[in-house]
Write a protein that binds this ligand. Structure first.
Ligand SMILES: Nc1nc2c(ncn2[C@@H]2O[C@H](COP(=O)(O)OP(=O)(O)O)[C@@H](O)[C@H]2O)c(=O)[nH]1
Ligand SMILES: [Mg+2]
Length: 201
């Protein structure tokens, strides 16, 4: 099922399939944090200090303390098992980098949309992007301290996504928690692949 991934096989990775996965969501939701927490290689980051000009555009409400912003992308890698290696691409969150999403999504087998329940509307654009292009995705709520807790049905309702879209909860700073998110996405990809296989032609 991973044969479609456009990433070339890495010589060090033997027979493992390279799978491209996007980590998307609004500004300050924890994308860079998640890629850094989970990557087994030093994550490539293209962060820039928030400039006075950028600050005029970047909505810092609820993300006080954030002093850098991803201007291009985050990149990391995690080996799931001997068959599957995930390449993670964190998308830039702000609207002004929207033009990069199309490029980044080429060859992606799936996506994680990270959400902060205090600013759920920030991930509408990502949900819409993946739905429109039929790129499978899951919602991962990054549970910030102080944020109200909602169950998966409430999150699904608020985002107006169907019951087939998995909603999971995580702490993007924790490797184990972030890995569970990726396993949830892989499970979703498998379920979809199986359903497509058994659907009448
Ligand atoms: N308390 C808390 N802070 C987090 C969590 N995830 C990220 N952060 C912090 O929130 C800020 C924004 O995270 P970042 O990964 O840069 O967001 P991005 O814009 O989506 O890449 C950073 O200062 C992180 O340290 C979390 O789960 N809990
Ligand atoms: Mg970032």
């Amino acid at each position: 099922m991973f044969a479609n991934s456009s990433l070339a096989q890495h010589p060090d990775l033997g027979d493992a399939q390279a799978v491209k996965v996007l980590i998307a969501g609004g500004f300050g939701v924890g994308k860079t944090t998640m890629v850094a927490a989970i990557s087994e290689i030093k994550p490539l980051r293209t962060e820039e200090r928030l400039s006075a000009i950028g600050a005029a555009f970047d909505d810092l409400t609820g993300v006080a303390g954030k002093t850098t912003t991803t201007v291009a992308l985050d990149f990391g890698r995690i080996t799931i098992n001997s068959d599957v290696v995930l390449y993670l691409f964190g998308t830039p969150g702000q609207d002004r980098f929207w033009f990069m999403w199309k490029e980044l999504s080429a060859g992606a087998l799936g996506a994680v949309v990270l959400a902060d329940t205090r600013r759920l509307d920030d991930c509408f654009a990502a949900v819409d992007f993946f739905e429109t292009r039929d790129i499978p995705f899951i919602i991962a709520v990054n549970c910030f301290e102080g944020a109200d807790r909602y169950d998966e049905h409430e999150v699904r309702d608020a985002l107006d996504v169907g019951s087939h879209i998995p909603v999971t909860f995580c702490d993007a700073r924790q490797r184990g928690s972030s890995k569970q998110v990726l396993l949830c996405l892989l499970e979703h990809l498998m379920t979809r692949a199986m359903a497509a296989k058994s659907a009448p032609r």
